[in-house]
Design a protein around this ligand. Structure first.
Ligand code: HEM
Length: 460
């Protein structure tokens, strides 16, 4: 592929960067907490995009922002760091004691019992579900000349994960979950001041009634689906694999654990992938030349011909576009670790309890780590069969707690976008730029209508 003719100079929208750091005083810290509650990626300053490691104090507690790729890997691989518990607070009512939030031996055991659900062969077996979700999306959009694709992808990503997990559909028996998920993402998923000053997931939760109420309804809906499955015939989906999973002593997973793991896969799996679908489509609408080239790929090898993960190699540019989307708009923009004992990172002392902040948003736009960091240039990933080898690219994290669903998300996103782009050309209907606004995931600041022009397929 001639990379020089691809998008050369598109700089897609991003929030303004503060010229100077906001913190350093109580007032400054309150401003940061307020900014981050409004938009998790809205509080960074110019220096953050140049510095590879920055010590800070926030609300009286010491911390370190690390963007140095080796330092990030050191922290993510080290047993001296646990996932920063306070960052899990908005999720806890939805996911309970599941892989996302457990630690130590419990986490190790859970990760091991979930591994068979996410092998390439197992994900390959989910391809028909992803094709069905893509077809449903195309069916929903049929005849429309404009549509809110953020909303549509939200529904589609939930549909894909409901089908893969439970053989359910978001427009039928999964509708309650779809409704709760949307309400949760719009409200309780946003960080609050108490999240930042708390000492963990179960501390200072008195103001979290809305999270508990919606989380309770969500868990009850998941419970009902699992209960039905226990008495109904098997469907060959992820729930079957979970119910069949055995621990080292040959025992099945406890009921509550099956429920929490399902909730965690739903919660971790749909909002992230729907963001990826949205931003990729937005970028392709801004860059019609690249969109046409992707369309040529997916027309030459249509989604309905995919039977396994190997077939996805037919779409190298689509894959590169998804990676470049995850670089510019990482669906999980910031995560963190908390030191268990005194230690050091890149020569900076880290006392026990201090937080190390790791931000894919920052690393992926870092001026010392990328050439033209703010430019949309998918071809930078074309020669990278394993972009995980790019040290500064961590959309799915790294180390032992790397996203267990990365292969799932990438297969799903490729198939759904291939289905859509083969059927419609996507344009923007107005000029107002869409800037990212993040809570746990990186969404758009407003949901634009996209123009949809049907593609007339040439007869064979
Ligand atoms: C574009 C899509 C996705 C992105 C960007 C993403 C990103 C991430 C990141 C950055 C982490 C690690 C966070 C940390 O180290 O603190 C993570 C963990 C996790 N993700 Fe994903 N994710 C995506 C899709 C999915 C899907 C589809 C599933 C399940 C079906 C999933 C399930 C999980 C789980 C269970 C964990 C916790 C793993 C552990 O702690 O062992 N994710 N994800």
């Amino acid at each position: 592929m001639d990379a020089t003719v691809l998008s050369a100079s598109l700089i897609p929208p991003a929030p303004k960067i503060h010229p100077l750091p906001l913190g350093g005083s109580l007032l400054g810290d309150l401003r940061i907490a307020w900014e981050m509650g409004r938009n998790l990626v809205g509080a960074w300053c110019e220096d953050d995009f140049d510095s590879l490691v920055t010590p800070y104090r926030f609300m009286g507690q010491p911390g370190l922002v690390v963007s140095d790729p080796a330092g990030v890997r050191q922290v993510l691989a080290s047993p001296n760091f646990r996932r920063a518990a306070k960052l899990g607070r908005p999720l806890k009512p939805l996911v309970g004691d599941s892989l996302l939030l457990t630690e130590g031996e419990t986490w190790k055991r859970q990760r091991k019992s979930l591994a068979p659900v996410f092998t390439p062969a197992a994900i390959g077996g989910l391809v028909p579900h992803f094709i069905a979700a893509g077809d449903t999306l195309v069916g929903r959009l049929a005849g429309q000349t404009r549509a809110n694709l953020s909303e549509a992808f939200h529904h589609t990503a939930l549909d894909a994960v409901l089908r893969a997990l439970f053989s359910r559909r978001a427009d039928q028996d999964g509708a309650v979950l779809a409704q709760i998920a949307r309400r949760y993402v719009e409200g309780p998923a946003h960080f609050r001041l108490l999240d930042f000053v708390s000492r963990g997931v179960d501390d200072l939760t008195f103001a979290d009634g809305d999270r508990r109420r919606l989380g309770g309804r969500w868990l009850a809906a998941v419970d009902a689906i699992i209960d039905e499955r226990r008495i109904a015939p098997r469907s060959g989906d992820m729930l079957d694999r979970l119910l069949a999973a055995r621990d080292e002593d040959g025992r099945p997973l406890p009921d509550q654990e099956v429920r929490d793991q399902c909730s965690s896969m739903l919660a971790a799996g749909f909002d992230t992938t729907s963001r990826l679908l949205f931003w990729a489509t937005y970028l392709l609408a801004l860059d019609p030349t690249t969109q046409d080239r992707v369309r040529a790929e997916v027309t030459a090898f249509p989604a309905e011909r995919v039977t396994g993960l190997d077939d996805l190699k037919a779409w190298p540019l689509l894959r590169a576009v998804l990676f470049e989307t995850l670089r510019l708009y990482p669906a999980a923009p910031t995560f963190g670790r908390q030191a268990l004992a005194d230690g050091e990172v890149l020569g900076h002392p880290i006392p026990a309890g201090a937080t190390v902040t790791i931000s894919p948003w920052l690393m992926h736009r870092h001026r010392k780590l990328w050439d033209a960091p703010t430019t949309f240039r998918p071809e930078r990933f074309l020669d990278q069969p394993h972009p995980w080898g790019l040290e500064a690219f961590i959309p799915f994290g790294a180390g032992p707690r790397v996203c267990i669903g990365a292969g799932f998300a990438l297969a799903e996103a490729q198939i759904i976008l291939a289905s859509l782009l083969a059927r419609v050309a996507v344009t923007l209907t107005h000029e107002r730029p869409v800037t990212p606004k993040a809570s746990i995931t990186l969404g758009p600041d407003h949901e634009p209508d996209f123009g949809l022009e049907p593609i007339v397929q040439a007869r064979p």
